[in-house]
Structures are given as C-alpha cells and as structure tokens.
Design a protein around this ligand. Structure first.
Ligand code: ADP
Ligand code: ZN
Length: 219
C-alpha cells in the first residue's frame, strides 16, 4: 500500500499522515523530517540541503529523489508507506512512479488536503514543533497542554527557521508553481481523493478515514 499526502505547507499533511500511518500500520515518510535530521546530524546531504530549506525553496531533485527512494527500499517499508512532502514536483512524481513500477508496485491513492491561502498563512505563523517526535502544535488552534512541551513525548517545542514570514511566503509560491500541478497529474491517473482541510484536526482526520474507507482502504 502506497499513499501520498498532498497539500500546501500548513494544510495539515504531517499531522494527518502520522495519524493515518498509525491506523493503517504503514511507515510514515516525511521528506522534510528526513532533511532536517540530515542537517541536525551534520551529514553531507544535510549541508547541501540547508540553505535551500532556509530560503523556502525546494532542495534540488538529485538530493531529494535518491534520499526518499533509498528510504523506501528498507525492509521495514515492505508493508507500505505514507508519503508526506514527497513528491513535490512532476520530476519527483515520475521518478517515484518509475521506481515503484520496477518492483511491480504503484501508488494506490493520493489524499489531497485542500485549505485556502489565508488560512494557510494563519496556521504557519503560529506553528510550533516537537524537537523530539516532530508533532506539530499551534498557539491558537492546537496548543500543547503545557506551554513549550510536547503532549505526546514531553519533548521541547521550537519554531522552524523556515516558518518566518518571508520563508512562508516563498514556500507557498513554490507550492503553487511546482507542487500544485501534481493535483492534475494524480487526478488524471484516477487516484486523487480531495479532502476539505479546514476545521479541527479530528474533524479533518475523520473525513480522510471516511474517504479511504469508501475506497476500501481503511475500516
Ligand atoms: P512544509 O510542507 O510545511 O513546507 P516540509 O517539512 O515538508 O514542510 O518541507 C520543508 C522544506 O524542506 C521545504 O520547503 C523544502 O525546502 C524541503 N523539502 C521537503 N521535501 C522536499 C522534496 N520532496 N523536494 C525538495 N525539497 C523538499
Ligand atoms: Zn514529541
């Protein structure tokens, strides 16, 4: 089973992908988290990726594509994967289709979480993330029980360097120019499930589960 979560920065992909991955027993692969880990560990890949991420532009395909394809070839990914943040342009989508086809596999469904631009900006500017488990929080919409601490693991919450106003604007521009065309790509392939992403985390989660249930993917 291979499911992609598609949507703008701030659409709630990370939160919902983690939830559905747990529910379906799939491995959650977030390309942004892989890149941030590489930066934290000071690897060659991390050093190459850092300046792009801080500006809010895409890390070049020769870095991101092999990174994700290598990750999905691990034995633990055998039952299937939820992709979060990948693919982000047509070249990445084609590379993923090709790599899966070589193993007689394919993307099953694409969950597209739709949120209007005004709401995206509001969400991104109040976002805090757990340094330990990457769980996202929001100062207004979903504050942690204890300020500065993760409800799930007690980890320290921090604001991402690319959640500054300038980088947020750039990330949204990049999304509309490079990632949004994937909506058509997967819609033409008959794989797109469009979900209204406005409303609370649980509400949106229920919509996604209902849509996957309709496809007989989720009970
Ligand atoms: P968001 O979707 O909220 O912007 P992510 O953590 O998914 O957050 O991505 C953060 C940054 O990491 C992106 O702005 C980009 O620089 C880089 N990145 C993540 N995934 C990819 C990818 N598939 N291709 C290229 N760059 C990526
Ligand atoms: Zn945590």
């Amino acid at each position: 089973m291979y499911i992609i979560f598609l949507g703008a920065p701030g659409a709630g992909k990370g939160t919902q992908a983690a939830y559905v991955a747990q529910k379906l027993n799939l491995v959650h692969i977030a390309s942004g988290d892989l890149l941030r880990q590489a930066i934290e560990q000071g690897t060659e890949l991390g050093m190459q990726a850092r300046s792009y991420m801080e500006k809010g532009v895409l890390v070049p395909d020769p870095i991101s594509i092999p990174m994700v394809l290598e990750r999905i070839s691990a034995p633990e990914c055998e039952p299937g994967v939820i992709f979060d943040g990948f693919p982000r342009n047509l070249q990445q989508a084609e590379a993923l289709d090709k790599a899966l086809a070589q193993q007689a596999k394919a993307i099953d469904k694409v969950v597209y979480i739709k949120v209007c631009e005004e709401e995206l900006i509001k969400r991104l500017s109040g976002r805090w993330i757990c340094r330990n488990c990457q769980m996202p929080y929001h100062t207004i919409n979903s504050p942690p029980k204890v300020w500065g601490k993760c409800d799930k693991c007690g980890g320290e919450l921090y604001q991402r360097p690319d959640d500054t106003a300038e980088a947020v604007k750039k990330r949204l521009e990049v999304y509309f120019a490079q990632t949004a065309p994937l909506i058509d790509y997967y819609s033409q392939a008959g794989k797109l499930l469009e979900i209204d992403g406005e409303g609370g985390v649980d509400e949106v989660g229920k919509r996604i589960v209902a849509a996957l249930h309709g496809e007989r993917i989720c009970s």
